[in-house]
Write a new protein. Structure first.
Length: 617
């Protein structure tokens, strides 16, 4: 009996399983000696009753750390415990809605007199999420309370959020870097040729550049054209927003080398002084000068030497809303965040079965009268994307309107699951479109032959011979390409039907090209520009609701999981700090497992993908 051929997917899964086993082994070896210590910590934590106190007139310090997301990834409870002990985790995740709720709570809290933006640990991310926070900061300022930003250094993402402040402070030795946007990637064709690896690509779409690294050594002219136009649109959103907030011109950002040198010369080569001269910031201040300025503004803390303040994480935990029973009709919110995969997937990923189940749950809930589908995805499996879209259609057939709220990206498969909604909102800087399709198979018969390894045998059909160790026949290639072309026709036909356009009109703006939210509205791919709040209001309007609640539809935790969640939250503060640190080797292992897991997870049964791999900025 012959051995089962080792496919690309099986190879990647094998690699992932080995790495994951090593990861768990290392963690267990480290964790076991600490078991009894954690047990003692747990008992102490159960009887502890530390309470966050907010003095009247305090400043809320919005010391955000990590990456802003619409939905957090599901992680191991022990990993969560360790990360919680670290506090501000620059490699962690921040739930966008938690940040918005906390800002809104502070605006209505008489104990809070100001808000301080400390963004040193905020990771780069989608401009759309920063703008959403900015809109809530603007509402906060309407309460008459100032917003102040402080930083030793601002990268361009941190800086965009800082521009919503009334006053921006910068350390005299610091700087602001607003360098613009770029799109570069590695290309592997020559390397694959040297390794005698054969990559068989099947695609439709002039701009569907996801496979270019495997078939070229440089970016095609079509991809350069599309990417250049896209980056120009997104950069225009950035500079227009920042300039409006600062009362200057968009051209004052993203200076070329000549103009940058002119500005630096005028500041005697001091980057911080240049930032003041350019009106990027308002004032230079050391940590001590800022402390004195804030004491003058809000008063001195009852303990210590700093100003009256409360940390974002403490305040968010204090103000977090308690679960309530919905008494009114509601708009349900289903988050579709991450790559679109088949089957049941954890939070932070989109599953054909699991995300469909959430939509189905909303459909059978009599209190849910409309649904907002919050999409933040570059796509993935074509089959899973269609599963989810079918549930959107079922919701509509049940008389429940569906409104899509596009976050940072809703491209390719992310657009597929959005297309059939009653109404689509995008943010100006959303990446969307990428209406195209591709398939790719890699074979290693020439690589193996160079090593003296050959594959031979008999089969009943061309399809039973498919293997990474054998070449693809011309007939098989033709069939696969025909299926890809059929898939592209299905895609543009879907868009044409749902967006009330002709096939020719859609084909002209499709071809795998990615568009900004602003351009997508002009082209008719979305209905309007707006954030999740606008989408919720529209869903309520379409359902005829005037008095309504909102409810996030998510997988329910078991009583045991709820208990563990509460337990680990209490224990986190008592875990010795040294336990939370990981070695460089563990960090590297984590990176490797992440890469292997991502590649191994692509699991469309037909090997057909609606995916935008270049959807980042």
């Amino acid at each position: 009996m012959s051995a089962k051929p080792l496919t690309t997917k099986n190879t990647l899964i094998l690699i992932w399983n080995v790495i994951n086993f090593i990861r768990k082994l290392v963690l267990n070896l480290v964790f076991f000696p600490l078991f009894f210590l954690l047990l003692i910590v747990f008992v102490v934590a159960l009887f502890s009753n530390d309470e966050v106190k907010v003095d009247d007139g305090s400043a809320l310090v919005l010391n955000l750390a990590g990456r802003l997301v619409d939905q957090k990834q599901e992680i191991d409870p022990i990993d969560a415990l360790m990360k919680q002990r670290q506090g501000r985790d620059a490699n962690g995740e921040l739930l966008l809605n938690d940040v918005l709720y906390t800002i809104d709570s502070a605006a209505n809290d008489k104990r809070i007199s100001a808000l301080v933006l400390d963004l040193a640990d905020l990771a780069p991310g989608g401009i759309t999420k920063l703008q959403t926070i900015g809109h809530h900061l603007e509402q906060f300022k309407k309460s008459g309370k100032p917003v102040i930003a402080i930083g030793n250094y601002y990268n361009q993402y941190q800086y965009l959020l800082a521009t919503y402040a009334d006053t921006i402070y910068l350390n005299p030795q610091g700087m602001v870097t607003v360098e613009g946007l770029s799109s570069y990637r590695q290309f592997y064709k020559s390397a694959l040729d040297k390794l005698k690896v054969n990559t068989h690509v099947f695609r439709v779409g002039t701009y569907k550049s996801a496979v270019e690294p495997f078939i070229r050594d440089d970016m095609s002219d079509a991809a350069k054209e599309a990417n250049s136009a896209l980056l120009s649109d997104i950069w225009n959103v950035y500079t227009t927003t920042a300039a409006k907030n600062r009362g200057i011109q968009p051209a004052d950002f993203g200076l070329d080398a000549e103009h940058y040198m002119t500005a630096l010369n005028a500041a005697d080569d001091r980057s911080a002084v240049m930032a003041v001269n350019m009106k990027w910031v308002d004032q230079l201040a050391t940590a001590e000068q800022f402390r004195q300025a804030m004491i003058k503004l809000v008063g001195k803390a009852s303990k210590g030497h700093s100003f009256k303040q409360v940390d974002y994480y403490d305040y968010a935990a204090l103000m977090a809303p308690a679960p309530t029973i919905i008494s009114h009709d509601a708009v349900g919110i289903v988050v579709a965040k991450g790559n679109i995969l088949n089957g049941n997937q954890p939070a932070g990923a989109i599953g054909g079965d699991s995300t469909s189940a959430l939509l189905r749950k909303a459909r059978f809930d009599n209190k849910i009268k409309a649904v907002v589908l919050r999409v933040d995805s570059p796509g993935g499996s074509a089959f899973a994307s269609e599963q989810i879209r079918q549930e959107v259609l079922a919701l509509k057939a049940a008389g429940k309107p569906v409104v899509v709220s596009m976050s940072s990206l809703a491209a390719s498969g992310g657009y597929w699951i959005s297309a059939s909604a009653d109404y689509i909102y995008a943010n100006p800087a959303t990446l969307t479109g990428s209406i195209g399709i591709f398939g790719m198979l890699t074979t290693f018969e020439d690589s193996l032959a160079a090593l003296g390894i050959h594959t031979d045998g008999v089969a009943t059909s061309d399809w039973s011979t498919l293997s990474v160790t054998r070449p693809l026949s011309d007939g098989v290639k033709e069939v696969i390409q025909r299926n890809i072309e059929r898939g592209y026709l299905d895609f543009i036909s879907l868009v044409a039907k749902e967006r009330h356009m002709t096939l020719e009109q859609v084909d002209k703006i499709a071809q795998g090209r990615v568009w900004s939210g602003v351009k997508a509205k002009e082209l008719g791919l979305v209905d309007d520009l707006g954030d999740e709040d606008a989408a919720v209001s529209k869903a309520a309007e379409l359902a005829g609701l005037s008095n309504y609640d909102t409810r996030v539809i998510e997988k329910e935790l078991t009583p045991e999981q709820l208990f563990m969640q509460k337990l680990l939250t209490n224990v986190a503060a008592w875990v010795p700090a040294g336990i939370a640190h990981t070695s460089a080797a563990q960090q590297l292992l984590g990176q490797l497992t992440s890469i292997a897991e991502e590649f191994a997870s692509f699991d469309d049964p037909n090997h057909v993908y609606l995916y935008c791999d270049s959807c980042s900025y």
